[in-house]
Design a protein around this ligand. Structure first.
Ligand SMILES: [Zn+2]
Length: 240
């Protein structure tokens, strides 16, 4: 059971978490279907009203299922579900502790993010899909290696700051959102923008979108349901 500020508590098996678990499983399948996650990568969601989160219990995103989820508190302590914590759980615990506004954290070893994590140039928005990126480029967490300790998790959270994305040198990326749907769509769009930037750079210096131009686009949160419906449908179709 999770202690919540107040008298209520919630357990991993509580029916009110069923919807959130189903969305989390779909999110993992989307990462797999879109080719962003391979056998690794994970996505988490904060348990409403509790200092806890749900994530994949050390299972490949494409094999995610409700019984292969785990609930942990923000110190990484086991609270319920499958008893196999993910390797890099401090990514989720440290960011959720540092960022009360964040409801979902997504970490992948995205090929396109990794590419821009090791280049001397920054990944800057050159398509409106990258509207959530800083105009001067996505920040990079420079410490190599997996994030398996609280110290590394806290360092990653500090590098993320109050932004939506951090590239991780020689590793991948971590993307946050105010919902699972937003974190996943940002992750997919980050991959698309990085792929496009790679292609554009083959031809010379791209004409990036300016901060003023980026402001002229509507928020990336304007119609999240449409993109989510599309990716969820593709993921479901791909599973027969
Ligand atoms: Zn990783």
């Amino acid at each position: 059971m999770v202690s919540v500020s107040g008298a209520t508590a919630i357990s991993f098996d509580a029916p009110e978490l069923d919807g959130l678990k189903a969305t989390l499983v779909t999110a993992a399948h989307v990462l797999d279907r879109e080719g962003i996650a391979d056998g690794y990568g994970h996505v988490s969601v904060r348990v409403p009203g509790a200092d806890a989160f749900l994530t994949l219990a050390s299972v490949s995103p494409g094999l995610a299922a409700p019984h292969r989820l785990i609930m942990l508190d923000l110190d990484g302590k086991y609270l319920g579900g499958a008893r196999t914590p993910p390797n890099e759980l401090p990514i989720h615990a440290s960011i959720m502790r540092a960022r009360p506004d964040v409801q979902s954290v997504c970490h992948t070893h995205s090929v396109w993010s990794t590419l821009f994590s090791v280049l001397p140039i920054k990944l800057r928005p050159l398509h409106h899909y990258g509207k959530f990126l800083p105009p001067d480029g996505a920040p990079v967490y420079r410490l190599a290696g997996l994030v398996r300790t609280v110290e590394r998790g806290d360092a990653l959270a500090a590098a993320l700051g109050d932004g939506p994305v951090i590239l991780m040198r020689g590793h991948g990326d971590t993307v946050v959102g105010s919902s699972i749907e937003q974190a996943i769509q940002r992750t997919v769009r980050l991959s698309k923008v990085a792929h496009l930037a790679h292609l554009a750079l083959l031809h010379g210096e791209p004409e990036y979108l300016t901060a003023e131009e980026l402001d002229s686009y509507s928020s990336d949160e304007r119609d999240p349901a449409r993109g989510w419906e599309y990716y969820a449908r593709r993921a479901a179709a791909g599973r027969g």
